[in-house]
Ligand binder design. Structure first.
Ligand SMILES: Cc1cc2nc3c(=O)[nH]c(=O)nc-3n(C[C@H](O)[C@H](O)[C@H](O)COP(=O)(O)OP(=O)(O)OC[C@H]3O[C@@H](n4cnc5c(N)ncnc54)[C@H](O)[C@@H]3O)c2cc1C
Length: 231
């Protein structure tokens, strides 16, 4: 069935004491106190943020690897999840096209550039119907789902649980919020960032396209949001 094309993204797990954990990791490197003494030494958010910003800006990224977050994601295309799983420091559990057999019309995502043109949208939907018929013909003939899925398109909807640490989250945001990233993964990553920022507002300045952290654009084809780095 045609979807409303909007990813569904929920943050389902994160540490309660994110800021204090990172602060403890940062200060342990420079303090005579034990990590647990540091952990119990302050609740002053501004003080913690001040140190964390300095440590991250100087590239001491291991301190933010202690933080793990998990997202439940659905209503995205296989084209989108295929791009997501290229990120090698993430962990994934994805709905299997081997174990979950499609019954009737499979769910699919229509790219907005196609959806906004009524004639092309209609052709797209009809074609998904044709694929579905062939898929069902195969499975009804006894072809296992793992082989019948060979005819399913990039547009087929999927769901995935994705976990990653904060270092990778920032890297992911920096790359995939860039306007050079494809619209669907950009939309999904933006929603992941928004979910996390709702819980941890201090992360807002980190979960941005890379040009905002760099102060310039390092892409070959620039969107013009930031100046290109020149001599
Ligand atoms: C706009 C855009 C267009 C893209 N187009 C294409 C394309 O046309 N074709 C294509 O195949 N892919 C494409 N990609 C995917 C891209 O090449 C990367 O595979 C993907 O973005 C993951 O990025 P990464 O390797 O930096 O990150 P991750 O895999 O998340 O790794 C994070 C960081 O860890 C380090 N790291 C991880 N693994 C290693 C390793 N084995 N050795 C050394 N360091 C490592 C690197 O510093 C890396 O940046 C595109 C990505 C973007 C954002």
């Amino acid at each position: 069935m045609e979807n409303n094309n909007k990813p569904v993204v929920n943050l389902i797990s994160k540490p309660e004491n994110m800021l204090k954990t990172i602060y403890t990791a940062c200060r342990t490197c420079y303090s005579a106190l034990s990590p647990y003494e540091i952990y119990n030494s302050t609740d002053d958010e501004a003080k913690m943020l001040n140190l964390i910003e300095k440590v991250i800006s100087s590239g001491h990224y291991s301190t933010i690897e202690h933080i793990q977050v998990t997202f439940a994601i659905s209503n995205v295309s296989r084209a989108c999840t295929h791009q997501l799983v290229r990120h090698r420091h993430m962990s994934f559990s994805q709905k299997s096209q081997r174990y979950v057999k499609e019954k009737g019309q499979f769910d699919f995502i229509i790219p907005p550039t196609i959806a906004k043109n009524e004639e092309l949208r209609s052709k797209f939907i009809n074609f998904m119907g044709e694929i579905s018929k062939l898929y069902c013909e195969f499975t009804e003939a006894g072809i296992p789902a793992e082989d019948a899925r060979a005819v399913l398109p990039n547009a087929a909807a999927s769901s995935i649980v994705a976990s990653l640490n904060l270092r990778e989250m920032i890297h992911l945001a920096n790359l995939r919020l860039c306007t050079r990233a494809q619209y669907e993964i950009r939309t999904m990553i933006k929603m992941m960032c928004e979910e996390l920022i709702k819980e941890e507002p201090w992360l807002k300045s980190y979960l941005v396209p890379k040009c905002e952290r760099l102060g310039y654009c390092d892409e070959d084809k620039s969107c013009g949001r930031m100046p290109k780095l020149t001599k």
